[in-house]
Design a protein around this ligand. Structure first.
Ligand code: ASP
Length: 325
């Protein structure tokens, strides 16, 4: 794994809101070495279209007074179904040619959370994470136990062939040749997905879903399903979904860190996100980014990589879709 970030490209999109009775949603499809020079117009359009579809779908729900939880789950499900991203259908391969998917969701109102890891057959891991939160009496289920729980819940399972994509398979061969565990978008332009939202009732929620890292071994689990690391939501501060080199995000409790800086040090959302993405993560060699939204509807989409697939939409007319720095 690339442990030292040599060139830190800092980028941050910040959308400020003044009225607290507003609603908004932001999504990401992973951060990494995403360069315009290595993108075809056709592929760029495909990314933009799916980002647009997901942000519009999530936003429409909020508009109709749906909960932030429903909005983030729906947006993430849509991204999981798109083979372009490293989650659900487009998940990367493990070293032994399998898929092991992780996901988590958190409700900022109650601090309820659900997480799943090492799933091999579940079509929409984020759906199972929500079921864990609402019906299991636990927070985090992994592997066979999680799949058994999914069966009990009647959740849709797929054959391994559903998760096969040519591009990912090639990625695995490259990673094996180099004997590396690769963040999906280190050499290709795909990534973990996530969403954060503020609904009309002032509630925040966050969701993240991933296939993890190409060529991962030994049941490796990243930050995405770990509450406080890849995902966090608290109505008193913000909702956060991360993407990047998971081992580093775990070590700094990246998502909770943003929330804690706001709650205990009274940082603004923008300042808290910048602290984590521009300083804390790079200080130990971590690269990636995050999306976050606060209780006033301010949105931050920060990354220290070349790019991050991202989009946001708010009830006061903010609307953006971005890929590069
Ligand atoms: N954070 C994810 C992981 O480490 C990877 C990613 O964001 O693409 O599993």
């Amino acid at each position: 794994m690339n442990s030292i970030v040599k060139h830190i490209a800092i980028a941050c999109t910040f959308v400020a809101m003044s009225d607290t009775k507003r609603y908004a949603i932001a999504i990401h499809g992973g951060a990494g070495t995403i360069l315009k020079s290595s993108m075809t117009p056709k592929l760029e359009k495909a990314y933009q279209q799916i980002l647009e579809k997901a942000i519009q779908r999530g936003y429409k729900l909020l508009e109709k007074k749906a909960s932030a939880l429903d909005a983030v789950e729906t947006a993430v499900k849509l991204l999981e179904d798109a083979p372009l991203f490293n989650a659900g259908r487009g998940s990367v391969f493990t070293a032994n040619g399998k898929h092991e998917m992780d996901a988590s969701i958190m409700d900022g109102k109650t601090l309820d959370a659900g997480a799943v890891a090492l799933l091999q057959k579940i079509k929409n891991p984020i759906e199972l994470a929500r079921m864990v939160m609402e019906h299991s009496g636990h927070v985090f289920l992994a592997g066979k136990g999680a799949e058994d729980f999914a069966s009990k819940m009647g959740l849709k399972k797929m054959e391994a062939s559903y998760f096969y994509t040519e591009a990912r398979y090639k990625q695995l061969q490259l990673a094996k040749k180099a004997d590396k565990v690769l963040m999906d978008h280190t050499d290709r332009k795909f990534g973990t997905v996530g969403a954060v939202a503020l609904d009309q009732f002032g509630n925040l929620a966050a969701a993240t879903s991933t296939g993890g890292m190409t060529n991962k071994k030994f049941g490796r689990i990243g930050d995405s399903p770990m509450i406080g690391c890849g995902t966090y939501a608290n109505n008193n501060s913000c909702a956060v979904s991360c993407t990047g080199s998971g081992e580093y995000f775990i070590r700094v409790n990246a998502a909770f860190h943003v929330s804690a800086l706001m709650q205990y040090k009274k940082y603004s959302l923008e300042k808290a996100c910048r602290e984590v993405v521009d300083h804390l993560l790079p200080s130990i060699g971590g690269d990636g980014g995050l999306i976050a939204i606060d209780h006033a509807g301010n949105i931050s989409m920060c990354f220290n990589t070349e790019g991050m697939y991202r989009a946001c939409k708010s009830s006061v007319g903010d609307y953006s879709i971005g890929i590069y720095k």
